[in-house]
Design a protein around this ligand. Structure first.
Ligand code: WT7
Length: 649
């Protein structure tokens, strides 16, 4: 029953920041005995304060909490200025373009580039502290400059992933009331240019809060310029000063918003604030990846997701590391691309998603052996549970059975890792996120009693004390913040943070994440609300009703499965055409990432007599499982049989 355990590499442990489980336990004990002392001492040690904080944690208005109150700092200074004495000529960002073009940006160059853009935003666009700026960008260094320039002048950035459609972009612009969008004409994918600017154009109408659009000319394809609104970054940046005094920010001033899907309604703007976020971004970079001064670290995420925020830009730069940014597709020109990059850049830490590992495994099982991967020390995964075959391949073929695999569990709302192995200390098991990081009170609770779940029993993954990088609010909707995260589980009568994930302990107290307990599906490591996909599909005029569920998928982890009831007078004349038409609507409303893997045109949906759709039954049917639950109370029990037959035919 007990899984195989892999001990940390001895040589590695010797020089690791946390060297063994005793050191881990000491840190755990420190946090348990003196929570504020623990966090206060790290905040003093790791951050450079313009003014010191006077209070570590203020819980008087919980779940609205304040960390490091009274303290003043600037996050862009944390990431740049404080490294200039010792690392001005060190590579901050190593960029590799889709077509293999390369660029190295030193810390000093980063300083000038960020300051110029900060000055541009202030002087030419009138951006002020507290204003929202939407960033809709490809994976190019300018995306990082844009984030840091906002942080420098105290503007709140909200990055929208470049795969989202104009409708999705528009919703996010309007919810945040952003006055500026920073974008690019487009970029390159599989050596061909693709476009972003037209999507921005379609997202802005005369009622839009957006007044100015800054366009980085990356692929120099033709785009439309709206006079008085659109400006070329490449032109305006030329005569900007490279010096821009950082805005003095309160510890709790917002740093950014990032929209993410929930189980109901529209995506919510997860708000992260300055000091607590950057502290934990830096600490987890140091502990979980154990990046050393001369190392080169590569995270393959996109800056449009939280992983790109914390572990491409903020975390690595806060600790003064060298971070690789990659514009391209990891399977292009072939599945050897990432390994070629590891060899060429001598990458020491490599961080990616299980979906990517499955694709690379499937498309190029023996590709890693063709390259020199001996520089690798730590391999990371994030976004979804990793299945044992993918884990084994990653461990043996990529890591030569000598690299630690850190299966990092966290989410947009946690800001940084919360449950993860420490590469020099934690004995690991395949597919297991192992133990809470020091200072994070992550516990699996029985939702009915609030007690710790018994080993082997699935419970709710909770965090029972506030932590510095936690979500501070849902933009514009304080009620939703409380309802979404503090409504489900109580421990000792007090509402605690619930992640939305199920999890269980094994006999060693190790944590395995079992997946979402709500109507959120995890497609290729990205969160997708079933309600959002349903709302998009309903926009098609022929659709009467729809229910969306997740279904296990070989590569993506979960695929999107839609049960669709068409309006009776329409019928299904041509199924192929109907699927195409509905996918088109999804593409328009959300983007390609939400396209359905399966669509079934059903005559009706299983509902209770009060009209509630029984998604649990639909999930079981999609998986081809036998229906064991009582269906006699359904409005029309026969529909279950009918749909099952359609799906299994
Ligand atoms: C959801 C968060 C965290 C950055 C990328 C996704 C799932 C995340 C793991 C893991 C099992 C994981 C959870 C979580 N998840 N990491 N190591 N093992 N599941 O961020 O879009 O906010 O999604 O991803 O379900 O709640 P996100």
């Amino acid at each position: 029953m007990s899984k195989q355990v892999f001990k940390p590499n001895k040589e590695f442990s010797k020089n690791a920041r946390i060297k063994n489980m005793c050191e881990y336990q000491d840190l755990q004990d420190f946090a348990a005995e003196d929570y504020e002392g623990f966090w206060g001492s790290y905040a003093k040690e790791k951050l450079e304060w313009i003014e010191p904080f006077t209070n570590v944690l203020d819980e008087s208005n919980a779940p609205f909490v304040k960390w490091f109150d009274g303290g003043k700092l600037n996050v862009s200074s944390q990431c740049i200025d404080r490294h200039l004495d010792s690392r001005k000529n060190k590579a901050a960002i190593i960029f590799e373009g889709d077509r293999g073009d390369k660029q190295i940006i030193t810390y000093l160059e980063l300083y000038y580039n960020v300051n110029k853009l900060a000055n541009l935003l202030k002087e030419d666009f009138g951006v002020q502290k507290g204003d929202r700026v939407v960033i809709y960008m490809p994976m190019i260094p300018e995306a990082a400059y844009a984030m840091l320039a906002c942080a420098r002048i105290g503007a709140i950035h909200s990055i929208v992933f470049g795969g989202f459609s104009s409708e999705a972009l528009k919703d996010r612009i309007e919810d945040a009331e952003a006055k500026v969008v920073i974008t690019a004409d487009g970029a390159y994918r599989k050596t061909k240019p693709y476009m972003l600017k037209p999507v921005v154009d379609a997202a802005i109408d005369e009622n839009s809060p957006v007044k100015k659009v800054l366009v980085v000319e990356r692929n120099n394809e033709d785009v439309t310029w709206v006079a008085g609104r659109d400006y070329s970054y490449n032109e305006l940046i030329k005569n900007k000063s490279g010096v821009c005094e950082p805005e003095v920010m309160d510890a709790e001033d917002p740093l950014f918003l990032l929209y993410t899907s929930g189980s109901t309604g529209k995506p919510k703007g997860v708000q992260h604030n300055s000091a607590g976020y950057i502290l934990w971004a830096q600490m987890t970079m140091e502990w979980v990846f154990d990046v050393k001064e001369n190392d080169t670290y590569w995270c393959t995420a996109d800056v449009g997701w939280i992983t790109g925020h914390t572990y491409i830009v903020y975390g690595p730069l806060a600790m003064g590391a060298t971070t690789v940014m990659f514009e391209g597709v990891i399977t292009h020109p072939d599945a050897g691309r990432p390994w070629k990059m590891v060899e060429e850049h001598r990458i020491n830490q490599f961080y990616t998603a299980p979906t990517a590992i499955r694709v690379l495994h499937k498309m190029g099982e023996h590709e890693p052996a063709k390259y020199d991967l001996s520089s690798l020390k730590v391999l990371g995964t994030v976004g979804e549970p990793i299945d044992p075959p993918a884990w084994k391949w990653y461990y043996e073929e990529v890591g030569a059975s000598k690299c630690a695999i850190v299966d990092t569990y966290w989410q947009t709302e946690t800001g940084g890792h919360v449950v993860s192995p420490l590469p020099g200390a934690t004995p690991i098991k395949a597919g297991c996120a192992t133990l809470p990081l020091p200072g994070i009170m992550a516990e699996i609770l029985d939702p009915a009693t609030g007690e710790l779940a018994e080993p082997g029993e699935t419970g709710y993954m909770c965090i029972t004390r506030p932590w510095p990088s936690q979500i501070r609010g849902v933009w514009g909707d304080p009620e939703r913040y409380i309802k979404s995260y503090f409504g489900d589980v109580k421990k000792d009568g007090k509402a605690v943070y619930f992640t939305g994930d199920g999890a269980r302990y094994d006999e060693d107290g190790y944590i395995t994440i079992t997946g979402r307990t709500d109507d959120v599906i995890n497609v290729s490591g990205h969160r997708m609300g079933t309600a959002e996909v349903e709302a998009a599909i309903k926009k098609h005029p022929n659709v009467a009703e729809v229910a969306v569920v997740g279904k296990p998928h070989d590569i993506k982890g979960e695929g999107i499965f839609a049960y669709i009831v068409l309006k009776s007078d329409k019928g299904v004349a041509d199924e192929v055409e109907e699927v195409k038409a509905i996918n088109k609507v999804i593409q328009k409303e959300i983007g390609n990432i939400a396209l359905c893997d399966d669509m079934v045109f059903a005559p009706g949906l299983p509902k209770t007599r009060s009209g509630k759709i029984m998604r649990r039954i639909l999930r079981a049917i999609a998986k081809g499982e036998e229906i064991t639950q009582d269906i006699s109370t359904l409005e029309d029990p026969s529909i279950v049989e009918t749909i099952s037959t359609m799906v299994n035919k």
